[in-house]
Design a protein. Structure first.
Length: 66
């Protein structure tokens, strides 16, 4: 992400969802990046970034930006 330089964590937030708690990490990189892959892989959740949905089987949760 940043040419072999250490990546700085700006902040993190734990979000309670219908699936379980998911920890989102906001990293300082050349390209803004939200790191959450470890949690959603473990929970077998798919993030549809076209429609901004969290999906697990028949459960679909829309992501709403405020």
């Amino acid at each position: 992400f940043s040419n072999s330089k250490p990546i700085k964590l700006l902040r993190f937030i734990v979000v309670s969802t219908l699936f379980n708690n998911i920890t989102f990490y906001i990293l300082l990189t050349n390209t803004p990046f939200l790191y959450y892959l470890k949690n959603i892989n473990k929970l077998r959740i798919y993030f549809n970034n076209i429609n901004n949905l969290l999906i697990k089987g028949d459960i679909i949760i829309p992501i709403i930006y405020k």
